[in-house]
Design a protein around this ligand. Structure first.
Ligand SMILES: *Cc1c(COP(=O)(O)O)cnc(C)c1O
Length: 355
């Protein structure tokens, strides 16, 4: 249990107009959470302070060796006014999975969730209530030793910032166009692909720019060794419905273990729809599309929840799915997960936590 000191912002910004679409990740609330770490001392001085710039030495290790991690989750406003979190214990667990891989000290799961709850409570009025809106929560840790040389840092900052966000697709569930990348790779087994860390995103930028230049919104990554097996999309995991069965790449060490992915697998199984986590080759996908067996494709992630995919391109092959529309499973999953997040549908035990 953390003893969190609160310093209120005496110069608060006005809360943005809730009826205006909020552009993702551009506006931040009036407060942030900070906690320090020092080897020998552990985590200390947890505090909620006015949102402001932080000061770091130019030699702070995070700038040079990328020892950092982040998480992403949301707070939702239920119709009855409660503020709800969706499976924050899973973000706490994943934080420590990432931290272990990057030699960052772990944080007790209950402290991680407590810090989020207390910060959200302080800026609770910032949770928008219009349909599809939420308060995005971004916890992150950075290495702060002022040192040039490669080793784990002895000091860290754990911070949480909050950003009100609008519907990911303002026009409703909108199918995306995806570029299957066969040159650049994102991660390999034994690397950091399963960890939620900025380095994976730095590695992804060149392919993303290339895909954008070709008119595609996101990249679908193939495995880093054979460039043959499907891994995931940008910041989403990927699912296919082929011949009545739902399949998704198994977690193999280079794929990010998404919480939305886990929730989708759970829900589908509770509806008695068969789901298999397995190795899926890009050839298998192209064949399925050719023979009319590829029924639905969708991505899963906290930002958009479910992103139907209407169009994929692999070299000269173009795959059209659902005639570019939204499949019934994608729609049902979206409606169910959003309903659970807003407290309108009863989900599995422990999925929804009141702030
Ligand atoms: C965060 C993330 C996801 C999605 O995870 P969720 O927990 O469902 O939001 C998928 N892939 C990558 C690379 C990510 O960083």
């Amino acid at each position: 249990m953390l003893n969190i000191r609160v310093e209120k912002n005496v110069n608060p910004k006005p809360i943005p107009d809730k009826d205006n679409p909020l552009k993702f990740g551009t506006i931040f609330t009036n407060h942030m959470f900070i906690m320090n770490y020092e080897t020998g001392k552990g985590w200390f001085d947890p505090r909620i302070v006015p949102y402001d710039k932080i000061s770091l030495g130019p030699s702070a290790m995070v700038f040079h060796y990328a020892q950092e991690m982040f998480e992403g989750l949301k707070a939702y406003r239920a119709k009855d006014g409660r503020a709800l979190l969706f499976r924050p214990d899973m973000n706490a667990k994943r934080t420590n999975l990432t931290n272990d891989r990057l030699c960052i000290p772990t944080i007790p799961e209950e402290d991680f969730v407590q810090a989020i709850k207390e910060l959200v409570k302080v800026d609770e009025e910032w949770i928008p209530d219009r349909e599809g809106t939420s308060l995005y929560i971004r916890p992150f840790i950075i290495a702060t030793d002022e040192f040039l040389g490669v080793r784990p840092s002895n000091t860290y900052l754990f911070m949480i910032i909050l950003s009100p966000v609008g519907p990911y697709y303002p026009e409703g569930l909108d199918p995306v166009k995806i570029w299957i990348e066969d040159d650049y790779v994102r991660a390999v087994k034994g690397g950091i692909g399963f960890a939620k860390t900025g380095g994976n995103y730095a590695a992804s930028l060149a392919a993303q720019v290339k895909a954008h230049d070709e008119g595609y919104s996101q990249v679908l990554w193939l495995d880093g060794v054979e460039r043959k097996y499907i891994e995931e999309v940008g910041a989403m995991n990927i699912f296919f419905k082929i011949n009545g069965k739902v399949v998704t790449p198994m977690l193999n060490g280079s794929i990010l273990p998404g919480i939305t992915r886990d929730s989708v697998i759970n829900l589908l199984r509770s509806w008695n729809i068969e789901v298999e986590e397995k190795q899926i080759s890009v050839d298998e996908l192209i064949d399925a599309a050719k023979f009319g067996a590829l029924e639905e494709v969708f991505g899963t992630g906290t930002a958009a929840v479910i992103s139907p995919v209407g169009h994929l391109r692999y070299g000269d092959n173009v795959i059209k799915v659902q005639d570019g529309g939204i499949g019934p499973i994608s729609q049902k999953l979206y409606d169910s997960i959003v309903g659970i997040q807003l407290g309108e549908i009863e989900g599995p035990e422990g999925w929804v936590v009141e702030v």
